[in-house]
Design a protein around this ligand. Structure first.
Ligand code: KG4
Ligand code: ZN
Length: 338
């Protein structure tokens, strides 16, 4: 049997994270969020890189301490190679390379999008693992993809956004309503108190399994402008109904595409991931889809859906078992296809 300890590093966007995994089990998963971006209404890449540089060593220290292991026990270092912000990726990549070099242990490069999907395979009580093949829906502030997953490393993107990600659709709509960044969780909160059919927004017509969300943002902007002309307090008075209607439209767009993907592939197992999978409406709708459409849906533990190093560690473990190690000249990749 293997006796494998992986230290994983994730720094692709604005969260600095380190995790320790022992075989399939997570021993620690530390995430340092960067509050600085809230003041700017979005992630500022330059500031993200600087914060990663400050956070990375303390975060790794904490991850090792929580796992109660010494770095000399590590079998390999896994890190996010891409996709993501180049300046952010460089910090994690350089750190991982140096540590692997210093400890004289293998280095494993991980694709962040693959990691969001394989997060479902972390051993966690109360959470089932999907069996192959399944469809993975990854929805976050940076990504929106439907992927056909045939095995751990055989994945095919069958649909993706042609403009904004789902999280961006939530955040940009929230901005139009005057809500602070990131507005996704706030839309969710108000939506739970509102009527989802109060204001019908048209769904975009996009071919195949692809998504488009930029039109929705524009539609909401005009909708708000027109109504505010009549009543300056329109948004404040109707916040719950507006949020419920926006969320309902976004969920409909997603479910329509999932239905199409199920029809096209014949696969009824659907695993979701990414920060937007925290959305209560999406969770309820997907659970209901089990009865309505005969799907089997999987939602991982919340801390493995937002950006985190635990998901990088599980991919590192699978690659470790295959002795799939990175060259010492491996470089970060801002654009990194699945
Ligand atoms: O995965 P994540 O933490 O970071 C990346 O973008 O990689 O996702 C963050 C995104 C933001 O756009 C945020 O507004 C959205 O997820 N989000 C939500 C909810 N929680 C987070 N959107 C809608 N409803 C939520 N409950
Ligand atoms: Zn992500």
């Amino acid at each position: 049997t293997t006796n494998c300890y992986i230290l994983a590093i994730e720094s692709s966007c604005d969260d600095t994270s380190a995790a320790v995994l022992y075989n399939g089990k997570i021993l620690s998963n530390v995430v340092a969020n960067q509050k600085i971006h809230e003041a700017y209404g979005g992630v500022v890449p330059e500031l993200a890189s600087r914060a990663h540089q400050q956070n990375i060593v303390p975060v790794v220290h904490q991850a090792l301490a929580k796992a109660n292991i010494d770095k000399k026990q590590l079998s390999a270092i896994a890190f996010t190679r891409g996709p993501g912000l180049m300046g952010s990726l460089l910090v994690g990549t350089s750190f991982a390379k140096s540590l692997a070099y210093g400890l004289n242990i293998p280095l494993i490069e991980v694709n962040h999008m693959q990691a969001h999907i394989l997060a479902h395979f972390i051993d966690e009580e109360g959470y089932d693992k999907p069996s192959f093949p399944f469809l993975a829906l990854t929805i976050s502030g940076g990504h929106t993809q439907i992927v056909k997953v045939n095995s751990y490393f055989d994945m095919e993107v069958i649909g993706e956004t042609i403009d904004d990600a789902v999280g961006e659709a939530f955040d940009k709509s929230a901005k139009v309503l005057g809500l602070p960044y990131p507005g996704g969780p706030l839309i969710d909160k108000y939506a739970q108190l509102g009527n989802p059919k109060a204001y019908p927004f048209t769904k975009p017509k996009v071919a195949d399994l692809n998504f488009s969300f930029s039109g929705l943002k524009t539609a909401i902007m005009y909708f708000v402008q027109n109504n505010v002309k009549e009543d300056a307090d329109f948004v404040a008075k109707n916040m719950n109904d507006i949020c419920a209607s926006i969320q309902y439209t976004i969920i409909n767009i997603i479910v329509d595409k999932l239905k199409k993907a199920v029809k096209q592939t014949g696969i009824k197992q659907i695993a979701i991931g990414g920060g937007v999978s925290a959305n209560s409406g999406i969770r309820t709708t997907l659970k209901q889809a089990e009865n309505r459409f005969g799907w089997k849906t999987y939602i991982p533990k919340f801390e493995y859906t937002t950006d985190n190093a635990a998901m990088i560690a599980i991919v590192g473990y699978f690659k470790y078992l295959e002795q799939d190690f990175a060259d010492e000249n491996v470089a970060a990749k801002a654009r990194y296809q699945l």
